[in-house]
Design a protein around this ligand. Structure first.
Ligand code: PMP
Length: 321
């Protein structure tokens, strides 16, 4: 199993100052362009790391088929890395997954199986139990997921900013990004705040607020990849200092703004992240630096977030410019 060139392109993504968003002089939002990873999302980092660990630990060999559940981005990373290693992969995605993301996963050579949003997560484990040759990566429980972000993304963010960071803001699904990055940043400077940007309809915010009926807050929303309908082992709730809720309208309006004002084509969760980062920035005194991530590419959502027809269909027609 050889190491192909594309794997060397994972990580070391650019960090940009979103200058048009500065709420006041000296209060800055910086964003790590994770969509610049080879398959267009930060998930390349965790999958490269987890597959390498799987090989080292003897769980992955040349007969392995990798099985995974994914909102679409992890699936692309698994498909790309598995195929280039000569391995097969089967990806379960929720029915809200954009057609672009499904096409991307298939293009890298994986089999894609679409399942209902609320239940798709249980199918990879069922599939993996069918044969010893199936290996379930399990990003929602695999502790190498936050560890990958601790080792790579968290370190890069610290280095990019020369340690000048007041808060890190990120949405969570597995929680790998927020948990891994925040661990690294807080180890370096315990004063850095870790802020969860959570879509309305996710259980994380009500859970963190101590609501016993947090499951009753589940609602469907359109932003993909962020938020969760159950708690995950990879999410470190203890590390979260504050949670800010966003909705589709706020996230998508910010995505449009990022494209037109900053020239950055990012996905819906990027809009949620930046919107929440701006909320944090507005109440900070200068000098302050807030860091966030743009997890995936807007090119994965041309049929949705950037499609006037779709926006009208989902009641967001007023965002069409
Ligand atoms: N944004 C997007 C677009 C994603 O695909 C994901 C992961 N599903 C996230 C944010 C959340 O990242 P994490 O799983 O590391 O919490």
């Amino acid at each position: 199993m050889s190491k192909i060139e594309a794997l060397n392109l994972i990580g070391s993504t650019p960090m940009v100052h979103l200058k048009t968003l500065d709420p006041k002089p000296g209060v800055e939002i910086h964003a790590k362009l994770e969509y610049m990873n080879p398959t267009g999302s930060m998930k390349d980092r965790i999958i490269a790391y987890m597959i390498q660990k799987g090989v080292e630990e003897g769980k992955i060999n040349e007969n392995t088929t990798i099985v995974e559940g994914s909102s679409g981005n992890t699936g692309a990373s698994v498909a790309m890395i598995a195929s280039t290693m000569g391995l097969k992969s089967i990806i379960f995605v929720p029915d809200k997954c954009s057609e672009e993301k499904i096409a991307i996963i298939k293009s890298y050579g994986a089999e894609v199986i679409v399942k209902p949003e609320l239940t798709y997560g249980k199918f990879p484990a069922i599939k993996a139990s069918e044969s010893e040759d199936y290996y379930h990566i399990d990003q929602y429980n695999n502790i190498y997921n936050p560890e990958a972000h601790y080792m790579t993304l968290g370190k890069e963010i610290w280095d990019d900013m020369n340690g000048e960071i007041d808060a890190f803001v990120a949405a969570a699904s597995t929680g790998g990004t927020l948990s891994g990055v925040a661990k690294r940043l807080k180890e370096n400077n315990p004063d850095i705040k870790a802020i969860l940007a959570d879509p309305e309809g996710s259980v994380y915010k009500p859970y963190l607020e101590g609501k016993e009926d947090y499951l009753s807050y589940i609602e469907s929303f359109h932003v993909e990849g962020a938020g969760k309908t159950k708690l995950c082992a990879t999410m470190n709730f203890d590390i979260v200092d504050e949670t800010i809720a966003f909705n589709d309208e706020k996230a998508i309006a910010m995505v449009h703004r990022l494209a037109r004002e900053e020239g950055l084509m990012a996905g819906g969760s990027s809009g949620g992240n930046v919107w929440a980062a701006l909320e944090v920035a507005k109440r900070m005194e200068a000098p302050a630096k807030i860091v966030t991530v743009l997890p995936d590419s807007g090119f994965k959502y041309l049929s949705k977030i950037f499609n006037p027809q779709w926006l009208k269909e989902v009641g967001l027609g007023h965002l069409v410019k």
